[in-house]
Design a protein around this ligand. Structure first.
Ligand code: GTP
Ligand code: MG
Length: 384
């Protein structure tokens, strides 16, 4: 699936930059092109892999290139006013060759949080290609304003794109670790999982074509919903190293009987959904899923893949589980990437909405106390 990645704000820009860095290393034709959009010049300057022509500064007349300082309402207003400039930048890319748009932003901040629903909704209106978002939720330690911003941004995004792949920054912080120190690791996880899914159907090398190729339509159908709101999705990943075969087993060709291959596939598949998802949730509450198995071709056992697929189908109690393979000759591990979609139970979202409601009440109260001046005036006090 070829995608145009649009990174909004600092987190979005950094992750879009990483997508391009990794994509350009791979031997297959490019899977991604990217644009970075920001209200802060410094953030755009710090990018290394997105060409300068594909970086766009917005809101210059409002904030003079300094960012919106967590004010996502202002960022949404800027994006609305400058939407023609944004669309002009996007139209300069070769849209006819892409299968989908992928927009990325940290939902708790200002620029990315406010502009992502505005840009998504316009793209959906103008283009036929699906519009997916990768939404990064703030960590609890970032406080209630970030939670409030994220809740508002998410609510708007639900109506303006086809699917939201959720990422919880908290899920990847190690005990005692600072959030900023975890960013790089989280970003690598996002890029790795999404890139595998998108690249699997873009292979030109015959050795790397699987028995069941996962292509753009498999991804679209997994992410599609029957409702007019975006589906909530996330991605799991697990890998297992393959021990090199010992002399005796090579001599007696023990592995000609595929001993252990099918069960390794099944165990990696189970770990991919029970281990670290990009957002912790009950995987059984997903309505659809797609499993992609990666590894050396001789290890991608068809029986194992079918067992894994039917295991997940039974666990989700659905008929919509797709599975495919992406052979990678010479690699020393078997991995599984699982895309879960239409997820109904995400505890972090419920928690975020509660914090957002409390924050809204507090902010409204604060707005009232700001009118203390009026209180004075009611007593007929005059200024000096
Ligand atoms: N995973 C991840 N999250 C990030 C990264 N950088 C920032 N964030 C998160 O994104 C949210 C803030 O969004 P930013 O992208 O920094 O903000 P912005 O969109 O640039 O908005 P303003 O700076 O307010 O104009 C917070 O929840 C951060 O924890 C990153 O590199 N990776
Ligand atoms: Mg910023």
């Amino acid at each position: 699936m070829k995608a145009l990645i649009i990174g909004l704000g600092q987190a979005g820009g950094k992750i879009a930059d990483l997508f391009i860095k990794e994509d350009r290393k791979s031997p297959v034709p490019h899977t991604f092109e990217a644009i970075a959009i920001n209200t802060a010049i410094a953030d755009l300057l710090s990018l290394k892999h997105i060409p300068k022509d594909n970086r766009l500064l917005i809101g210059e007349t409002f904030v003079k290139g300094h960012g919106v300082g967590t004010n996502n309402k202002l960022a949404a207003e800027i994006a609305r006013r400058e939407i023609d400039i944004i669309l002009g930048k996007i139209a300069k890319m070769d849209i006819s060759t892409i299968d989908a748009f992928i927009l990325i932003a940290g939902l708790g901040g200002g620029t990315g949080s406010g502009s992502i629903p505005v840009v998504a909704s316009k793209l959906k209106e103008i283009y036929d290609e699906p519009v997916f978002a990768i939404g990064i939720l703030p960590a609890k330690s970032e406080g209630s304003l970030f939670a409030y911003n994220a809740a508002r941004s998410l609510l708007s995004l639900l109506r303006s794109c086809d699917a939201i792949i959720l990422v919880d920054n908290d899920a990847f912080i190690r005990p005692g670790e600072n959030l900023r120190d975890a960013y790089e690791r989280i970003n690598i996880e996002i890029v790795k999982r999404v890139s595998f899914l998108c690249r699997a159907g873009e292979i030109r090398n015959r050795e790397m074509i699987g028995e069941k190729v996962i292509d753009a339509s498999d991804i679209f159908n997994t992410l599609r919903t029957n409702s007019s709101y975006a589906s909530l999705a996330t991605i799991g990943y697990a890998a297992e190293k393959i021990k090199s075969r010992g002399f005796l087993s090579k001599l007696f060709k023990k592995n000609d009987y595929n001993v252990g291959r099918a069960s390794r596939i099944l165990s990696v598949a189970k770990r991919s959904v029970m281990g670290k998802l990009l957002i912790p949730c009950d995987y059984r509450s997903a309505e659809k899923a797609l499993m992609l198995f990666l590894g050396p071709p001789e290890e991608l056992d068809r029986v194992g893949i079918e067992r894994a697929r039917s295991w997940l189908e039974e666990s989700l109690n659905t008929k919509e589980v797709r599975a495919g393979d992406y052979p990678q000759p010479g690699v020393k591990q078997v991995a599984c990437v699982t895309l879960l979609s239409n997820i109904r139970k995400i505890p972090r979202i419920e928690e975020l909405l509660k914090i957002a409601r409390e924050t809204k009440e507090r902010l409204t109260k604060e707005e009232k106390t700001v009118n203390i001046y009026e209180e004075f005036r009611r007593y007929d006090i005059e200024e000096l």
